[in-house]
Write a new protein. Structure first.
Length: 101
């Protein structure tokens, strides 16, 4: 019985951050324009992860874009600023997105 409880605890610790970040993306309305694996108004998160896979400054660059918005990287539709997202939340979201390869 202890081994079953330990297995569930391990699974929760691995899945927890991913689920928490997806919940945060939903809470902050990111999923209104983005999806994990298909393009909507903005790029799919898997495409963002692929594009920035080798960028050492990806977390900093993308976190700033989440908060301040941006344009030109993915076409003509600009990403609006999201001042309701804190720096810590933006980093959490970006770190999650970069795992979606």
């Amino acid at each position: 019985m202890k081994s079953l409880a330990l297995a569930f605890a391990l699974m929760a610790s691995v899945a927890g951050p991913a689920l928490a970040s997806q919940d945060l993306a939903q809470k902050k309305n990111c999923l209104s324009c983005h999806a994990v694996d298909v393009k909507r108004v903005g790029p799919a998160y898997k495409d963002v992860a692929a594009k920035y896979a080798d960028a050492k400054d990806a977390v900093a660059v993308l976190s700033a874009k989440v908060i301040k918005g941006g344009s030109g990287t993915w076409g003509v539709v600009p990403m609006p600023a999201n001042p309701q997202v804190s720096e810590a939340e933006a980093r959490t979201l970006v770190q999650w997105i970069l795992t979606l390869k």
